[in-house]
Ligand binder design. Structure first.
Ligand SMILES: C[S@@+](CC[C@H](N)C(=O)[O-])C[C@H]1O[C@@H](n2cnc3c(N)ncnc32)[C@H](O)[C@@H]1O
Length: 284
């Protein structure tokens, strides 16, 4: 990827998108989506992203393990929601840059015409998401630039509503995104607004960074590095993450570290202390 790049989003569906101005990817500012791509071993990142990501990794090599564990949890949760609960619609907010095993790929292995609306506020995610739409089958996916801090706009977005029928159960996926929403923006209220709009039998799946397994000094250093990035990091303790599931029925095994949620693999030494809380709940 070049250092400075203006990318038109005119590939997106809908005539109105052809009129959008080119997107400034701000390569000089670290973006959480590109830092996460770097942790996962991806190539869609700039020097500023790599530099910030390396600073975080120098604090703890567990960050890369956590990123991989988070991605693996996403895939196990989506597979289980489709296979065990017959969920065929997924609202995936804070999508990230496409990588192997994206939501629609996993869901469509189980339900070939499963529908996914992908939303992210970072334009680079949209620039890289053409392949998501192409691979998902016509009408089965949309990729929308939207901010989780405005949940009503997400629910009303016509590109989302083309793909997601709010009259039928939906899995709301908030993987590794709520820790980019500051307390002042009331992330619990945002989740409630979204969940309230979904019918009974819908699901909420969350993964969330935590400092519960670090010393307070180490836990404060990660957010300090993200201060120069486009979104701030708010690690939260288990009790605060549990509050996102208020009024819902948490599935077994409850809110646990990401690698210990229905693992496919034998446990590793780091599993019980990987700094990502993970849980899936059903709306009664
Ligand atoms: C760590 S990545 C997670 C990607 C993917 N959900 C996963 O778990 O593999 C976080 C994503 O959340 C996005 N994000 C951060 N703040 C957001 C906001 N306010 N609204 C929408 N997306 C946001 C970032 O741009 C980034 O792509």
């Amino acid at each position: 990827m070049t250092e400075h790049q203006d990318v038109s989003l005119d590939w997106m569906s809908g005539d109105q998108d052809e009129l959008r101005p080119p997107t400034d990817l701000r390569p000089e500012v670290p973006h959480p989506a590109r830092m996460y791509d770097y942790y996962l071993g991806g190539k869609d990142n700039f020097p500023a992203d790599r530099e910030a990501a390396e600073k975080v990794l120098s604090l703890s090599p567990l960050v890369r393990i956590s990123a991989l564990a988070n991605r693996s949890f996403l895939q196990r949760a989506v597979r289980r929601l489709a296979a065990e609960y017959g969920i065929r619609q997924f609202l995936d907010i804070g999508t990230g840059i496409p990588t192997a095993g994206n939501t629609h790929e996993i869901a469509q292995q189980v339900i070939p015409d499963a529908k996914v609306a992908y939303l992210d506020n970072d334009p680079i995610v949209l620039v890289h998401s053409r392949a998501l739409l192409a691979g998902a089958g016509v009408g089965n996916a949309s990729v929308v630039q939207a901010d989780l801090r405005d949940p009503k706009a997400i629910l009303d977005n016509p590109e989302v509503r083309k793909v997601i029928d709010l009259g039928e159960p939906v899995a709301l996926l908030l993987f590794a995104v709520l820790h980019f929403i500051d307390d002042a923006d009331d992330p619990w209220g945002i989740v409630r607004t979204l969940v309230d709009a979904l019918p009974s039998g819908s699901f909420l799946a969350i993964s969330h960074g935590t400092g519960d397994f670090s010393t307070p000094e180490a836990a404060a250093k990660g957010p300090a590095i993200y201060k120069s990035a486009t979104a701030q990091l708010s690690m939260r303790p288990k009790a605060e993450v549990l509050r996102f599931f208020d009024g819902l029925e948490l599935l077994e095994p409850g809110l646990v570290t990401a690698p210990t949620w229905h693992p496919d693999q034998p446990p590793a030494d780091t599993d019980a202390t990987t700094g990502i809380w993970a849980g899936v709940a059903r709306k009664p």
